[in-house]
Design a protein around this ligand. Structure first.
Ligand code: GLN
Length: 473
């Protein structure tokens, strides 16, 4: 059942929210001992929340646009009174004292929060192998990674354990796992969704967004969580996003293929992108290649800017105010052992890289140069959007890889993000839509990118590609 069918059935009393929830909880019970998408389940609370929705329906009261829809939440989003670990040992005992704005909005919309999903520690990674609580498996093949960092959310949706999930995307963490798990993932425009209550990784890049089985499902979640928020000064001053339904025709749309983002893409993935190009052309889109020379430089810039911001954001985990503390005789040793034992290897690597890039003497050579590249990317993409409505590329250079294939080689792991990072650096929306399978029968995703606040046209193209994929594959 898709999300609008669930809501319709719940509202018209054809099926109760409790029955819907039960079918998903049963599936979690059957599958999650193998997939391990969830870190925490709120089944009791969820049953109560579903009952509340059913009571309201019985009384003829208004219920929201996601009434009775179960949803999984990436565990870097705060839910009051609940463990919020960010996939890290350093927060393994931390209960959030407040709700993230997206959680409040989901509740207002009538969604049923089912539990917390696994992630790479502090959202740093592309495989969910960096979680302090063990990896999540790809539901299409349990010996492969689900992608990351929102691997738990993507896997939970792919395995039908929830119809919707939220993730966060700093350099691709919604789109890349969506691609590897064969589901839809949207990174909205920077500022479209409040990040109040999202555990910060790199604040100038972080954005919250939805996963769904279909584009329409993901749209419904995006509509529910978007909109300005006085608690997040970076949230845009505008009303919640509303998708104008209508045609998903791409006739006359100008679609650009970023030539630099076709380099280094696996042949089977490239073949899917080419297939997408040909169906777009057949449907009357004006497709052309466009060169954005700075696009591939995004990767290097990102791996300086994101660690720099992370090194600052993560300085709050000092064993003093909250989270893990390792007792020691003096405060410096307490800091050192708390952080030394609380953070995993990748997080430490980023803190060191970021601190180095910001240190005096190296700031100009690294951080400041990376910021210049960021500006170059913003300008180059702006130029491209003078001539194109949307840009497309592969979401990930490869399909899902085996466990342990890249953990010991950070650079090859980082390369997973080469296509997704530019949209974060520019603050633009981008999404991944499933489009065929690779040689290994694993899902492939196509990335659709649009300029800031270009969600409407991006989603239109997403709907078109989804329909085309259903027709072809
Ligand atoms: N894989 C990227 C990283 O490790 C992106 C992470 C993200 O988007 N949260 O930084």
């Amino acid at each position: 059942m898709n999300v609008s069918e669930i809501v319709e059935k719940v509202r018209t009393k054809q099926v109760s929210a409790q029955e819907i929830l039960k079918s998903y909880l049963d599936r979690i019970d059957q599958k999650d001992f193998q997939i391990k998408a969830f870190l925490d389940l709120y089944d009791q609370q969820a049953i109560q929340d579903a009952q509340d929705i059913d009571d309201k329906v019985q009384k003829g009261q208004q219920v929201g646009p996601l009434a009775g829809v179960p949803i999984g939440i990436k565990d870097n989003l705060c839910i009051q009174g609940r463990l919020t670990t960010a996939g890290s040992k350093i927060l393994s005992n931390w209960h959030s004292p407040y709700d993230a704005t997206v959680i409040k909005k989901l509740r207002q919309a009538g969604a049923i929060i089912v539990g917390k999903t696994n992630l790479d520690e502090f959202a740093m990674g592309s495989s969910t192998e960096n979680s302090a609580f063990g990896p999540t498996c790809n539901p299409h093949n349990l010996s492969k990674v689900p992608g990351g960092s929102s691997g738990g959310s993507a896997a939970a949706v792919a395995a039908d354990m929830v119809p919707l999930a939220l993730g966060s995307d700093t350099g691709g963490s919604i789109r890349q796992p969506a691609s590897l798990c064969g589901v839809v993932g949207i990174k909205p425009t920077y500022g479209m969704v409040s990040r109040f209550g999202l555990i910060a990784f790199a604040s100038s890049l972080d954005q919250i967004g939805p996963f769904g089985k279909t584009v329409q499902d993901a749209i419904m979640a995006l509509e529910a969580i978007s909109g300005s928020d006085p608690f997040d000064s970076t949230s845009l001053d505008q009303s919640p996003f509303h998708f104008e339904q209508g045609s998903n025709s791409v006739k006359g749309l100008r679609v650009g293929i970023v030539s630099e983002l076709m380099d280094g893409i696996a042949l089977d993935v490239k073949a899917s992108v080419q297939k997408a190009i040909s169906v777009l052309e057949q449907a009357g889109a004006k497709v052309d290649t466009v060169s954005i020379p700075s696009a591939p430089l995004g990767l290097s810039a990102y791996y300086l800017i994101a660690p720099a911001e992370a090194s600052s954001n993560l300085s709050r985990y000092d064993g003093v105010r909250f989270g893990l503390r390792h007792q020691a005789d003096d405060i410096t040793t307490m800091y050192e052992t708390t952080r030394g034992q609380g953070f995993g290897a990748e997080v430490k690597r980023r803190i060191m890289l970021g601190t180095y890039a910001l240190s005096s003497g190296y700031y100009d050579a690294y951080y400041s140069k990376a910021q210049k590249i960021r500006t170059l990317i913003i300008n180059d993409f702006a130029k491209a959007y003078d001539n194109f409505d949307v840009l497309i590329s592969a979401t990930s250079p490869t399909t899902a890889f085996d466990f342990d294939a890249k953990v010991d080689d950070p650079l090859s792991m980082y390369l997973s993000d080469v296509c997704t990072i530019p949209s974060n650096l520019a603050g633009h929306p981008a999404m991944s839509v499933p489009f065929g399978k690779g040689q290994d029968s694993m899902p492939i995703g196509i990335q659709v990118m649009a300029p800031a606040l270009g969600e409407q046209v991006m989603l239109q193209v997403g709907l078109f590609l989804e329909q085309a994929a259903n027709d072809i594959f």
